[in-house]
Design a protein around this ligand. Structure first.
Ligand code: C5P
Length: 223
């Protein structure tokens, strides 16, 4: 009898701009799996709070807004209700606000169901901060992806410029540090590798090399 769970899950956690999104979506594409960008859900919660001018220190108000939001992911685009917010959620201000609402336990609880809804056959690749520790503890492969602080700031800078969003490298490096510190030190679901996660430092790797490494780990498990 086959005791493998019907849906195979790979989690890729790590700090801001470590390349999780790029690697996770490519691994998902190659395996024909679904893909969850959990950071987008926190960014959507933050954008909803900012749009509704909610005080970001008021946990009850922030979780109320989060519970009511109706996100939709379609053809690479992100919607809140029928409003396209694909670019708006990528603004650095929204990322910083996301890391503030992400410290709130009740906001995280509201997002948990949305995250687990992505778990569909044949499999899922989920990226975030707590995918392997909290959201999908039964994942068959857990990766904790890192890269040096300078490398991450430069990658994020390039990403923003390519999207036509103006950015300043020094400001960006400072914001990433602030965000990572808050994500690492918060009481609920801090960024950290699961005890059974494999560490992968992509500082000196190409995207292809990092994707290959994750796929090799996965295939070795499956064989
Ligand atoms: O990954 P991304 O930078 O888009 O995430 C935005 C913010 O959302 C992070 O800085 C973090 O505070 C929060 N987040 C989280 N848990 C996740 C994914 C994102 O706390 N699983």
């Amino acid at each position: 009898m086959d005791d493998k769970p019907a849906v195979r899950i790979i989690t890729i956690d790590g700090p801001t701009a470590s390349g999780k999104g790029t690697i996770a979506s490519e691994v998902a594409r190659k395996l024909g799996f679904h893909y969850l960008d959990s950071g987008a859900l926190f960014r959507l919660a933050a954008l909803s709070c900012l749009t509704q001018k909610v005080d970001l220190t008021d946990e009850a108000a922030c979780s109320g807004v989060t519970r009511q939001m109706r996100p939709c992911f379609k053809d690479g685009k992100v919607f809140l209700g029928d409003k396209a917010v694909t670019d708006a959620i990528r603004e650095e201000a929204v990322g910083l606000a996301a890391s503030r609402v992400a410290t709130m336990a009740s906001v995280r609880t509201a997002i948990l169901d949305l995250e687990r809804d992505f778990c569909r056959a044949p499999g899922l690749v989920a990226d975030g901060r707590d995918m392997g520790t909290v959201v999908f503890p039964n994942a068959c492969l857990k990766v904790f992806l890192t890269a040096g602080a300078q490398v991450r700031a430069q990658r994020r800078y390039k990403q923003l410029i390519q999207r036509g969003i103006s950015a300043n490298l020094a400001d960006l490096a400072r914001d990433l540090q602030e965000r990572d510190k808050r994500d690492r030190e918060r009481a609920v679901s801090p960024t950290r590798p699961a005890p059974d996660a494999r560490l992968l430092d992509s500082s000196d790797q190409t995207i292809e090399q990092t994707v290959r490494c994750v796929l090799d780990w996965y295939c070795a498990l499956e064989s």
